[in-house]
Design a protein around this ligand. Structure first.
Ligand code: BV8
Length: 259
């Protein structure tokens, strides 16, 4: 276990490819609650009550109150030094860099990241709970009926279909295209015989399939790092574990301390 002051930069050789996976911990120093641990989101609202399709079918207003609270919280904060360092690393590495986030708060995009996969969707998009229309930008804060509904379903005479946050709930599949971007990036590294590095930041490694990416990367020959405030249950899966706050550790790992 490495301490923040002992952090040495990742060995980012000219041809190295870097995939970074982030979780709620990278947004903690911006002021957003994480999911697990003291004061976590899921303590206040049990997952099965607010982040499953059944919960939405049972009580859509309650689910919208939960997500409207999260939109309000995310709207009130800004990216931190760890978000900005990752955006700078992308600018320097280009297509040899890919950022994959489990977060739905929009802070990576706000920091300038573009080579970004929002694996679990985004707070800032909505979609219809019935028809297959693509997700679209939405910044409203519904908290009680009448809840926002799909104008296309109404126009097609299919009655009221509620809109829902365009996030991936438990029991829902991740977007196949997003998953392919992750596996394609990692396997291309092997084809090019380029050094492959995998860095996870601020995640407890409890939610799948994201929690399994470190093992997939290792099977492809990647060297793996975890930067986390505390040692999570899946720390054993990483070659290197750096214990510390993301704003202290991430810039140093990327060789961007004080950039
Ligand atoms: C699916 C979106 C299949 C909404 C979320 C095995 C294989 C496949 C699936 C499963 C499996 N086992 C179980 C499953 C089912 C399930 C699952 O993984 N359950 C878990 C609980 C066991 N997975 C699914 O349901 C997935 N779907 O598999 O579908 C399928 C296939 C075909 C057809 C039908 C179905 C969908 C999972 C996505 C769920 N949606 N979020 C929303 O955000 O509201 S998950 C939710 O958890 C968030 O996205 C969050 O990001 C994510 C993971 O949590 P973390 O980010 O890690 O956050 P956490 O609080 O846990 O940890 C934060 C860490 O940061 C801590 O360790 C802390 O120490 C650290 N930290 C704190 N401060 C700092 C810090 N670190 C650094 N600096 C700091 N300052």
């Amino acid at each position: 276990m490495t301490r923040p002051d002992d952090v040495t930069p990742l060995p980012l050789a000219e041809t190295a490819r870097l995939l970074v996976l982030t979780g709620a911990g990278i947004s903690a120093e911006s002021g957003l609650a994480t999911f697990r641990g003291g004061g976590g989101l899921w303590e206040a609202e049990p997952v099965e009550e607010v982040a499953t399709p059944a919960a939405f079918a049972r009580d859509p207003a309650r689910v919208w109150r939960f997500y409207s609270q999260r939109r309000a919280a995310a709207n009130a904060v800004r990216p931190n030094a760890a978000h900005f360092a990752l955006a700078e690393a992308e600018r320097r590495m280009g297509e040899r860099f890919l950022l994959v986030t489990q977060n739905v708060d929009g802070l990576h995009a706000a920091a300038g990241s573009e080579r970004l996969v929002e694996l679990h969707g985004s707070l800032w998009r909505a979609r219809c709970s019935r028809c297959g229309r693509p997700p679209f930008p939405d910044r409203r804060y519904p908290v009680e009926p009448p809840l926002p509904s799909c104008d296309r379903c109404a126009a097609d005479g299919r009655g009221v279909a509620y809109l829902r946050p365009a996030v991936v709930w438990f029991g829902e599949p991740l977007d196949a295209g997003d998953q392919y971007r992750v596996t394609g990036f990692l396997s291309r590294g092997r084809l090019e015989h380029a050094p492959l590095l995998f860095l996870a930041v601020g995640t407890s490694g409890t939610v799948y399939p994201a929690a399994a990416y470190v093992r997939y990367a290792a099977e492809l020959g990647a060297t793996t790092w975890l930067a986390n405030l505390e040692r999570p249950d899946n720390a054993w899966a990483f070659d290197h574990v750096v214990e510390g706050a993301a704003t202290q550790v991430v810039p140093r790992l990327l060789g961007l301390d004080g950039f």
